[in-house]
Design a binder for this molecule. Sequence first.
Ligand code: FCB
Length: 444
Amino acid sequence: MKLSLPADSRLLTPEFIFGVATSSFQIEGDRAGRLESIWDRFCATPGKIRDGSNGDIACDHINRWADDVALIDSLAMDAFRLSLSWPRLMDEQGRLREQGVAFYRQLLSALKARGIKTFVTLYHWDLPQYLEERGGWVNRGTAYQFRHYADLVSQALGELVDSYATLNEPFCSAFLGYEAGIHAPGHQSQQMGRQAAHHLLLAHGLAMPVLRQNAPHASHGIVLNFTPCYANTPADQAATQWADEYFNQWYIKPLFDRSYPACLHSLPGSAQPVVEAGDFDIIAAPLDFLGVNFYTRQVYRSDANAPYGHQLVAQPDAPHTDIGWEIYAPALTGLLIDLHQRYPLPPVYITENGAAMADQLVDGQVNDLDRLDYYQQHLLAVDSAVRAGVDVRGYFAWSLMDNFEWAEGYLKRFGIVYVDYRTQQRIVKASGLALRDLSASRRR
Ligand code: FCB
């Protein structure tokens, strides 16, 4: 099966960027080559990871990076989105670790030598554990540590990076990590979650001018995830809007409007983040691009007795992926148009989109037609948003290959390339072949 788009689609123009995405902790392995991160600690805590696994080896990318670069090239990808491991790059005294720098220089150079654009994320959740011991993202000082890390690293990597994203999905770092407790470091406190979110955004804003100065030819931005919120009845509308503000707008509104959404005022005073004078001016640093990660939507109904005043409404008749997320591509079009109408957006990249599916390796092949169909629907959804006037410049599949899926361990496969974890063999799935063909067809 093939992926197809209307012949006049902007996604088919040579300027449009097709890429694949990964993150450091999920693929690199080589636990010995870096300091401990909050995810190492979390994995070592019984009961936190569904299959009891960790990131010690993962996809062994640290040893197989050259083959992985060749793989990305063989998939006709224009760009590779990767993240840098802070605990690989920095020591506890705030100095660069030369071995870590050498690894990324080598990797980025190999990508550039093949003409593959390098989209680098500075923070994809693997905070050094020593910073967590000083309070992690609840400690305002961590934002300044991040600026320091961004400064040294962007100097060290020079011109090897085409695009810097400060953070990946601060919602997940703050809410899942400090408020819901299902991600590292596993705290369960609304106050901590809201304060962590503020300090993450502050870290982003502090780093932006530094990146701009050190890498003047690169473009600089942030990657946010969105799970659009839907209500079935007017009576559920207010609760749904509150959820949208709390889970989605909280992370984007300050970037443009220099304030948090109105739901802030419904929170107990103790849960409202401490914001210092001038913080919003730092946070609202101009962006060259916005990265949008999209997987699914959520339907809400009002329930005054529930925590946060709402309940999720399951959609049992709708299709779902293997991780239980509803497949609903129109939400991606709707999201992009909505963001475009609300905010003065810079160019947008879909920095993650993809699906976990129950892949079967049969006779050395993975015929993942379900994932392929997901990509088909979502590429069309992006095309529709572009036609409606949203300036989308690129699309990254999550993920290049199956990898460590956080609290799910290795149980959920998101790759367009299958990884046999016993042998570390990579096998391109049908979806990967179809994305390759789509991307290659567009280059001619
Ligand atoms: C996103 C993360 C990414 C991956 C996908 C499935 O929230 O950014 O690392 O785990 O979900």
